[in-house]
Write a new protein. Structure first.
Length: 307
């Protein structure tokens, strides 16, 4: 078994097509087919089912690809360690983040990190919590800022970094816009814009829990993925929305954010640092340490609602 065969199997599993896999690997198709066949013979198991419609991974193939990704990750880790040493003062660091972390937390951490480690190249990518966790588990990211709590099974270690609360976003021309706070019962008849059940399950579940605690059944007008989208739809008059309080500073002039009266203290909303415990490179450890330093002593609660 050779590293090149493992890489070929990973690419083939991603494309499920010998021709496209060969193109990505910059090789001809026949040698790729031969290499995969030799790997199957050596392992004594079929890795791919050859179907008229294309390829499909077998259970043995899924096991191989899952572990092959780890092998390739640690192979790259060896190369990086030799190049960078153990200081983490140079090289590349891949950081993922959810949209609401970009308001103040991400710029704060990045500013501190760039000042301390100017030779580390940061690759920063935005996505949802579920997708970021998946990419961490696949070793495609080093560390990520995600929404907490996480309601899906994960191998990732989570470190709470910045507490938050949920607030009600209303349009600036709403009769409620002049108020500082409101109870959910007062807006029970309003159309709600909420987080997508499929793409943002944690925030969706937390939102529905708040409704349940308030004893109301919301009239859902629209689902969205990013908090910026929720705020834009609120501003357009489509409805009201429950959003993280950290969005207060960056809500447009057409939106007001109100505190929720009687919000349960059991509802724990936060931004957390996420990383795979067995895959922390020196640069990632440095990033996590500086992240905690950067937020130490800063206010945990969001700013007052915009007036």
């Amino acid at each position: 078994m050779e590293l090149r065969q493992l890489k070929q199997a990973i690419v083939l599993a991603e494309t499920l097509n010998f021709h496209r896999a060969a193109e990505r690997l910059h090789m001809a198709q026949p040698p790729l087919s031969t290499s995969i066949k030799k790997l199957e013979d050596e392992l004594g198991a079929a890795l791919f089912e050859r179907l008229p419609s294309g390829l499909r991974l077998t259970p043995a193939g899924e096991a191989l690809v899952r572990n092959a990704r780890r092998v390739m990750f640690y192979t790259d880790e060896i190369r990086r360690a030799v190049r960078e040493g153990e200081s983490g003062e140079q090289g590349q660091l891949k950081v993922g983040f959810v949209g609401s972390a970009s308001y103040s937390l991400l710029p704060l951490i990045v500013r501190h990190f760039r000042r301390r480690y100017p030779r580390v190249d940061l690759v920063i990518e935005e996505s949802t919590t579920v997708e970021l966790l998946r990419r961490l588990e696949n070793h495609e990211l080093d560390v990520a800022l995600v929404r907490f709590p996480v309601l899906v099974p994960t191998e990732v270690t989570l470190m709470e970094l910045q507490k938050d609360i949920l607030m009600l976003a209303v349009s600036a021309d709403s009769p409620l816009a002049e108020r500082d706070s409101v109870s959910l019962r007062e807006v029970a008849d309003q159309p709600f814009i909420i987080y997508s059940r499929m793409l943002v399950p944690t925030m969706h579940a937390l939102t529905m829990y708040v409704f349940e605690e308030a004893g109301i059944h919301p009239r859902i007008a629209q689902e969205a993925v990013q908090v910026q989208t929720l705020l834009s739809l609120v501003e357009s008059g489509l409805g009201v929305a429950l959003v993280p309080g950290l969005a207060t500073r960056y809500a447009g002039s057409g939106v007001r954010l109100l505190h929720l009266d009687g919000q349960s203290s059991a509802i724990n909303v936060a931004i957390a640092l996420a990383a795979m415990p067995d895959a922390l490179r020196p640069a990632a450890r440095n990033f996590i340490e500086l992240a905690h330093e950067a937020v130490a002593g800063t206010a945990a609660s969001p700013a007052e609602p915009r007036r």
